[in-house]
Design a protein around this ligand. Sequence first.
Ligand SMILES: [Zn+2]
Length: 461
Amino acid sequence: MARKPAKKTAGGNGGVGGPVTGTHSIVRGIDPYLPNNGNTGYRVSRYDLEIDYKVPSNRLTGRATITATTTVPLTRFCLDLADTMKPTKVSVNGRRVARFAQRRGKLEITLPGELPAGAAMTVGIRYGGPPGPIRGQWGEVGWEELTDGVLVASQPNGASSWFPCDDHPASKASYRLAITTDSPYHVVSNGVLVARSTSAGHTTWVFEQAAPMATYLATIQIGQYEYLKIADKPTPIRAAIPARLRGEFARSFDRQEQIMRAFTHWFGPYPFPQYTVVVTDDTLEIPIEAQGVSTFGANHCNGSHDSERLIAHELAHQWFGNSLTLTRWKDIWLHEGFACYSEWLWAQECGSGTTQGMAARYYRRLASSPQDIVLGDPGPADMFDDRVYKRGALTLHALRVEIGDANFFALLQDWTARYWHTSVSTENLVSLASAFSPHPLRDFWQRWLYEKPLPPLPVLP
Ligand SMILES: [Zn+2]
């Protein structure tokens, strides 16, 4: 799913306004849905983040080393960085940069001399402050204090709440994340834990995320968690949960391995080396996905299977959203439609319903809702509207009816394999689907993606 965790806390930051030293800034958004996020002039290939965080005082000190390549001759460039995170020292290719300015979520860096296009650029930034969520039309996203710990859920534009970045999903990079915090806390982040060391009451956790990752999927989870080994095959599954919820977790999350096996069968190999589920001690409005990690609230872990559809939904995002990531936010249905359809597929597999029954149920709901959204370009305000999720899933169901089961599931496998760990667009899917269809799909896509009225309910033969 996506959006903000509802758990609110006494927030840590005091709404600090950014001091401005520059007289102007380069703000060149690359996506009309998020015009202030993302930057031009370079491509990032790696983030090396060293984060020191004090839970009681909500104080973050960071050191970011960003490896990039210029795409044009460059004298100035921007990174996204929330105004609460103050840069104290900036260097490029080992040389200290004297001219940098921060304003309205942008850190503008002026190079001492021009770099040619295609030049290697290593940007070092020391920064710090009291991290807090970024407020916008999708609620609060990014760094979030819990009652006793931290959660980071950044979709769509919260990543700059805790590290300087080129904050756009098409800008994927590998990561090394080293997080130091008080020893009683357990830290979960993306990728694989490669080192852990403790000294003087502090523990440093080092994670390596080799597969390319979009900025919004980078996460840090800190809490007094018990760490459990759930399964080793076909994919290592781990859990970080409050000890008090051990019994409820064992019942509510008992079919994760089965869901993993079903999804691997339908969608191809799981895209990352490990999958970790975090259950916070706090209540969350909705679960959220990160790369290799999903986060649920204590309320999703009540000993029943009430949240199993959400468990399936978040796991499906590892393929649809995290491995295959949209290039532009208008294609959000490529994440949410697929994740929602995965719920419906799992409903049939586990015997709680049929995929056709789920389709019919949500079709009725959509039919009685305003039909004023264009699925292929819903607009930023409706990007996370439930109708996008459900019509997205219905569009896949309709495609399945249109081309038949054998073609549909072969297409899913080819889709996830061909675009493994890359960026995708609706056009990519439309083009690939044509190879799996016995007849042209132009009118089909037009009706489902680009016209507002709901087409007739698709029914499996
Ligand atoms: Zn989702």
